[in-house]
Design a binder for this molecule. Structure first.
Ligand code: CO
Length: 192
């Protein structure tokens, strides 16, 4: 018999400036409490905020878990279709291909989008929601989302990739976000 899930739970998204976003996530085991429910709630939270990825630190859990749904980043007729997937305890094995820029944003840093340079391909080892192990290579927008979310479980944010001058120009805006002085249409938790 299927296990009944509790009603939808939407987590507030942790905003820039909170120390949980700077922690290196801990690995989890199959027995992590209510893991199935947690993953379902993370998908609901990501969809409500129209994100294409969400990492556990963004909902205040410093663990090595993130989800992605890159399907909406692709158009009909594109060679690739995107991917909806859960990544548990992932490790990047290698990043290859050309380095390309894309204007990234982040649910924890609303209102800021900046060009970030990353490799075209990423190969990683990870477990899915059933704790089945995979070793796979991803490319294009899917790789981009994975690299962004992977950074989160390493305590890194996309603004860390910017040149110091660009970052210092954003300092005021980032400070405002951490104080909750920002217009956003999903629930957030601000550190200050
Ligand atoms: Co992000």
């Amino acid at each position: 018999m299927a296990k009944l899930l509790a009603p939808d739970m939407i987590f507030p998204i942790i905003a820039y400036g909170d120390s949980v976003l700077r922690k290196v996530g801990e690995e989890i085991t199959k027995d992590y409490p209510n893991l199935t429910q947690l993953i379902a709630d993370m998908f609901d939270t990501m969809e409500r905020s129209k994100g294409v990825g969400l990492a556990a630190p963004q909902i205040n859990k410093a663990i090595r878990l993130f989800i992605i749904d890159s399907q909406k980043m692709y158009d009909e007729g594109d060679k690739e279709t995107g991917l909806r997937e859960v990544f548990i305890n992932p490790t990047i094995i290698e990043e290859t291909g050309k380095i390309w820029a894309y204007e990234e944003g982040c649910l924890s840093i609303p209102g800021i989008r900046e060009d970030v340079y990353r490799h075209e391909k990423v190969k990683l080892e990870y477990y899915d929601q059933n704790f089945k192990k995979h070793t796979k290579e991803f490319s294009g927008m899917t790789a981009r989302v994975i690299q962004h979310e992977y950074d989160h479980i390493e305590g890194k944010l996309f603004v860390d990739h910017l040149k110091p001058l660009r970052r210092s120009l954003l300092k005021g805006k980032l400070e405002k976000i951490s104080k909750g002085i920002v217009s956003v249409d999903y629930k957030m938790k601000f550190p200050k």
